[in-house]
Design a protein around this ligand. Structure first.
Ligand code: SF4
Length: 377
């Protein structure tokens, strides 16, 4: 079982909060696609179980190029083929050429908000009406598995505006909703605005109230809260993204993409020029790896920490250490003792709950999940 992630690091413009690796150098798209096709060939990628085209903005590529990439990877066995799309791109290309000729069965659309003033504040290119239009176009194109991204904690976003966004997201009937709190990443235009006092950060109490409202409303509407930021109707959990949380192998293709084989993590550095140069000219995978790919072998201690960090984000939580022999090995010794003692304290304080031999974050615990994880590891 393997999943493939393809990174398309191009955006028509940069959003004001974003520090992801992406570029507005759109003229390089064609060469990038050729290098990607070469990487697919050299790495012998064929017919994975899940495919995720992310970015950046994959929908800035021509539908024909997306089709060539999917053709090269092979979609015959893929249970889930997801593409991230920008609502603005969909207005110009009807249903993104019918969701790339039927090869894509899941679309993740970066709505972020249904309020134009908030979209302008965070520097998104699309309008709320374009987002609504894109959702309709995708449904008409036959997409039955739609995911919507929302953001909260935005400057100027009142509780009333947030409620309106959550309610509209539910009304769209999206099968999946991902929701992130704005964070001010150093060096981004929004971070600069904050430093200069031009905008104010949302206080923690309001952020928590927004998050609680979201969780309550989505649960009431039939969504499962299966990961701290992700909600799905039954049967619609994101299969590909679940690999990251469940310690399952995946291959990352493209500049800035990471791969994981269960023990080793490798990554292509985020440098489009070098990526194009390396993969266009590489004779074999060894040559490309030597020139470009970086990797590290995870120690048992790193794996133990990752299992806690990722596991506590999910509704399955982590094992306390009893039961599974694999986990006994991972949690043994003093870190295991720390997990036991601190875990019990967090259970006592209502931040974690016990379910069989698992520890799972409570709603109260989700508010301060990073602090809990820091103490447990
Ligand atoms: S579209 Fe996505 S990747 Fe591109 S700048 Fe905006 S948030 Fe960042």
């Amino acid at each position: 079982m393997i999943g493939v992630y393809v990174h398309i690091p191009f955006c028509k413009s940069r959003c004001r909060y974003c520090d992801f690796y992406s570029t507005t150098l759109l003229p390089r798209r064609k060469e990038y696609v050729e290098a990607l096709l070469r990487e697919i060939e050299l790495r012998g990628v064929k017919n994975p179980d899940t495919i995720y085209l992310g970015g950046g903005t994959p929908s800035v590529l021509e539908a024909e190029d997306i089709e060539r990439i999917l053709e090269a990877i092979g979609t015959d066995k893929a249970e889930e083929v997801t593409i991230e799309m920008n609502p603005g791109d969909l207005v110009t290309v009807s249903g993104y050429r019918l969701a790339v000729s039927g090869r894509i069965n899941r679309v993740s659309i970066g709505v972020q908000s249904f309020q134009d003033q908030l979209l302008r504040t965070i520097g998104r290119r699309h309008t709320a009406e374009e987002a609504r239009h894109a959702i309709r176009a995708l449904r008409e194109a036959g997409i039955r598995n739609l995911s919507i991204d929302l953001m909260y904690g935005l400057p100027g976003q009142t509780m009333e505006l947030w409620k309106a966004d959550v309610e509209e997201a539910i009304r769209t009937g999206a099968e999946h909703i991902s929701c992130y709190c704005l964070s001010y990443e150093e060096g981004t235009p929004m971070w600069q605005d904050l430093q200069a006092g031009r905008i104010c950060e949302t206080d923690e109490e309001t952020e928590n109230a927004m998050y609680d409202y979201l969780c309550e409303q989505l649960r009431a509407a039939g969504y499962e809260h299966y990961e701290v930021s992700n909600f799905a109707k039954p049967g619609y959990r994101a299969l590909h993204n679940s690999r990251y949380w469940n310690d399952t192998p995946y291959i990352g293709l493209g500049a800035g993409a990471h791969s994981y084989d269960g023990q080793r993590r490798s990554w292509n550095p985020g440098d489009i020029e070098r990526y194009i140069e390396t993969f266009s000219g590489a004779k074999d995978i060894k040559m490309a790896r030597d020139l470009y790919v970086e990797e590290e072998v995870l120690t048992d201690e790193q794996k133990r920490i990752e299992r806690i960090m990722l596991g506590l984000r999910t509704c399955e939580g982590i094992e306390k250490g009893e039961g599974d022999p694999k986990n006994q090995q991972i949690f043994r010794g003093s870190p295991g003792e720390r997990l036991k003692v601190k875990g019990e304290r967090f259970v006592h304080d209502g931040l974690l709950r016990e379910e069989g031999d698992r520890l799972i974050a409570t709603q109260k615990g989700l508010h301060i999940l990073n602090r809990i994880i820091e103490e447990l590891i």
